[in-house]
Design a protein around this ligand. Structure first.
Ligand code: ATP
Ligand code: MG
Length: 256
């Protein structure tokens, strides 16, 4: 059965989508069967997987409001070697429409259930908010991966996210745990980043993943080609870091 992980951080532009897409491709490269769920109306994970978000017949929006099954909406990322439940801006409407729907926090969980036997990993790319969409992600997941930049304000935002995860675990999804904090866009030449990185390890111990994702321009270029960085330039430092991160995830999940 698949293990389900949210890639979440309510801060914008911290590397959630880059992590989702490249972890999916990195795991697929290690023969894991992966489903990537794009839970962000920006549709960046969809586009970054080489799927045109403007040409979708069904998307995760239709799945959440009950107009399509997950099987109908699912598409293959040939570039990445994994499957995708894609999204586009229509998904922004779900936020409002879900308010009137029963069991609105667990729509995604219910929709994914029939697919879980087909995958080893389900990864959910969350939007930059603690919204109903993110809540659906957190209710469906076994754990949360938190990508973060080692910057001064990073720790401040983290407290809100950790509290939200605790609240969801207390009320809606007792399974939910933080799998780990992933340091991304790391530049070892910046003293401040080194310091924040040390603070993170001091405070969160082995919740901090060993793998560090460096700042690497190849990862930033890849989406404009509709490719995960891991497929665009596998030898690049960024791609190699995400492949290592895939191995680390496989290890952590085995230990769960
Ligand atoms: P949002 O909150 O808008 O969904 P996000 O948290 O998903 O953003 P990304 O879209 O993954 O963040 O990354 C933000 C920007 O930083 C993108 O332009 C991406 O290409 C770039 N980026 C992410 N990771 C790296 C990296 N390791 N090295 C260089 N650039 C990176
Ligand atoms: Mg994103």
């Amino acid at each position: 059965m698949a293990r389900i992980f949210c890639i979440a951080n309510q801060k914008g532009g911290v590397g959630k989508t880059t992590t989702s897409v490249n972890l999916a491709a990195g795991l697929a490269a290690q023969r894991q069967r992966v489903l990537l769920v794009d839970l962000d109306p920006q549709g960046n994970a969809t586009m970054g997987s080489g799927i045109d978000k403007r040409a979708l017949r069904h998307s995760i929006y239709h799945v959440l409001i009950g107009q399509a099954g997950a099987v109908q909406a699912r598409v293959r990322s040939e570039a990445g070697g994994y499957d995708v439940l894609p999204a586009n801006r229509e998904l922004a409407g779900a936020e409002v429409e879900l308010v009137d729907i029963d069991e609105r926090e667990t729509r995604l969980k219910t929709a994914l259930a029939p697919l879980l036997g087909e995958y080893d990993f389900v990864l959910i790319d969350c939007p930059p908010s603690l919204s109903m969409l993110t809540l659906n992600g957190l209710c469906a997941a076994h754990g949360v991966v938190i990508p973060m930049q080692c910057e001064y304000f990073a720790l401040e935002g983290l407290a809100d996210l950790v509290n939200t995860i605790k609240r969801v675990a207390g009320n809606l999804n007792p399974d939910l745990t933080i799998i780990g904090l992933l340091r991304v866009m790391f530049d070892p030449r910046m003293t401040l980043q080194q310091q924040v990185s040390e603070q993170l390890v001091a405070k969160f111990g082995d919740k901090v993943f060993d793998t560090i994702i460096p700042r690497n321009v190849r990862l930033a270029e890849a989406p404009s080609y509709g490719l995960p960085g891991v497929a665009y330039d596998k030898a690049s430092r960024g791609a190699q870091a995400y492949i290592s991160f895939g191995s680390e995830m496989i290890e952590r999940v085995r230990a769960l």
